[in-house]
Write a protein that binds this ligand. Structure first.
Ligand code: UD1
Ligand code: MG
Length: 452
């Protein structure tokens, strides 16, 4: 197999999105569409990755390079068509002699197997186009076949009525012999209904030079292009449906798959159970044998085997749960390690902290990590017991086996095995409540009389 360069076209504005943001940066499953397209292309292990950007150049560049720092971003100042967009990659492709695969940044779901089929077809053809049978061919380019040979691609705007009757359509994905690519592109003009340089015209150009072209076909959902917010929502559904099915195949129980929301990079181990309405943001890894209970929200975290999370738990970035931990309802964990067997069961905030193995954090505990300007750490040792409603004012360290009394405000370190008690001593005044009630009732009667 010859080496491959990946070119992703992403310069267009995407007018129908009605957005200040370039279309390709709108997200599906927590990642820009562009990143989905880059991931799809990356399965071919390209030697070079080139993104053609125009509208929102800097933002597109940053997003592309955040995903792949080696990606080259080429500026297409004016969007003069898909052929022109590939032409501006001339310098970025200098010296490259392999095959060039062109993907669109707004067509995020091309499958690795489909790209492989194209690579296979490329053995006997200079140009391979990915087509699909369109339920509604609309304004797609039409693939005009002659047996297995692709004769030409006709854009809707330029097509005759007969050609418009063809339902085999162009997805936009194209694999081309890099040696002839620029010769073909240089021969194109913009003498067409849209006044653009069409990449699709290289098919005819190749045939004119005695080179062969063909089309391989894929399922229409793979070539789903996103042009509007409604398409974006459909693309999200397509992603979710596929990702849920893959997880279940891998041995994860999704009690109600339709309510499990996954991110583009969610990893979940075998025999983990996900109850209804669990949401995964980016960068979550859950090991096997975990129980994620209903209505939990996870992002940027790692949950080790045997742990139980939720219902109604929130794991934020940097939450690192060791094995057999227990995170209960209305608990928020951020940038904190919860060590083996530790329990944080109710109504608690643990942020910028470390909770030692087998420690128990009582209901309503708060790590007061923020002083209004800076964040500070709380370190809790092993086997500690934090009483309910303890305020741990960071920076503060609680020793191994130490205890804090309920309702304490802890501002000083607590040594190993010590009990910290910091609350106003209680005083009981006999008979006082009855007297107080009587006094208050009289006051109320007087107020009512005065009002009448
Ligand atoms: C293109 C194809 C059409 C195909 C359809 C599939 C051509 C001439 N037509 O049409 O056959 O059926 O896609 O969706 O190729 N772009 C640039 N620079 C440009 C123009 C476009 O980067 O100058 C990018 C866009 O951002 C987009 C992609 O190329 O990601 C496709 O452009 P678009 O204008 O949507 O092409 P279509 O008219 O839909
Ligand atoms: Mg389009």
């Amino acid at each position: 197999m010859s080496s491959i360069a990946l070119v992703i076209l992403a310069a267009g504005k995407g007018t129908r999105m009605n957005s200040d943001m370039p279309k390709v940066l709108h997200q599906i499953a927590g990642a820009p569409m562009l990143v989905h397209a880059m991931k799809a292309g990356a399965t071919l292990e390209p030697e070079r990755t080139i993104v053609v950007a125009g509208h929102g150049f800097d933002d597109v560049k940053n997003a592309a390079q955040a995903h792949d720092p080696d990606a080259q971003i080429v500026l297409q100042e004016e969007q003069n068509g898909t052929g022109h967009a590939v032409k501006v990659c001339r310098d970025a492709l200098a010296g490259f002699e392999g095959d060039v695969i062109v993907l669109f940044g707004d067509t995020p779901f091309v499958q690795p197997e489909t790209l492989e089929t194209m690579v296979t077809a490329r053995r006997d053809n200079a140009v391979v186009v990915l087509g699909f049978e369109a339920a509604d061919p609309g304004k797609y380019g039409r693939l005009i076949m002659d047996g297995d040979n692709l004769k030409e691609i006709v854009e809707f705007a330029d097509a005759s009525d007969k050609q418009r009757g063809v339902t085999f359509c162009n997805s936009g994905v194209m694999l081309v012999d890099g040696i002839v690519l620029f010769t073909l592109l240089d021969a194109l003009d913009n003498n067409n209904a849209q006044g653009e340089i069409y990449l699709t015209d290289i098919v005819k150009e190749a045939r004119n030079r005695g080179l062969s072209a063909t089309a391989v076909s894929c399922d229409e959902v793979e070539t789903l292009g996103v042009n509007s917010r409604a398409h974006l929502a459909q693309a999200e559904q397509t992603f979710q449906t596929r990702a849920r099915a893959m997880l279940m195949e891998d041995g994860v129980t999704l009690v109600d798959p339709a309510t499990t929301w996954l991110a583009h990079d969610t990893v979940i181990g075998r025999d983990t159970i996900v109850e209804p309405h669990v949401f995964f943001g980016s960068d979550v890894t859950v090991e096997s044998g975990v129980h994620l209970r209903a209505f939990s929200h996870l992002e940027g975290c790692h949950v080790s085997r045997g742990s139980v999370v939720g219902p109604y738990a929130r794991l934020r970035p940097g939450a690192e749960l060791s094995e057999h931990t227990r995170i209960g309802n209305f608990v928020e964990i951020k940038n904190a390690e919860i060590h083996e067997g530790a329990k944080v069961n109710h109504l608690t905030y643990i942020g910028d902290a470390s909770v030692g193995a087998k420690s128990n954090i009582g209901a309503g505990t708060i790590t007061c990590n923020y002083d209004g300007v800076m964040k500070h750490r709380t370190v809790i040792g092993e086997g500690a017991f934090i009483g309910s409603n303890t305020m741990l004012v960071a920076p503060v360290t609680i020793g191994n086996g130490a205890m804090t009394a309920s309702g304490s405000v802890i501002t000083k370190n607590v040594e190993d095995d010590a009990l910290a008690l910091s609350r106003t001593p209680q005083e009981n005044k006999a008979g006082f409540s009855r007297k107080l009630f009587e006094m208050l009732k009289k006051k109320k009667q007087k107020l009512q009389k005065d009002a009448d």
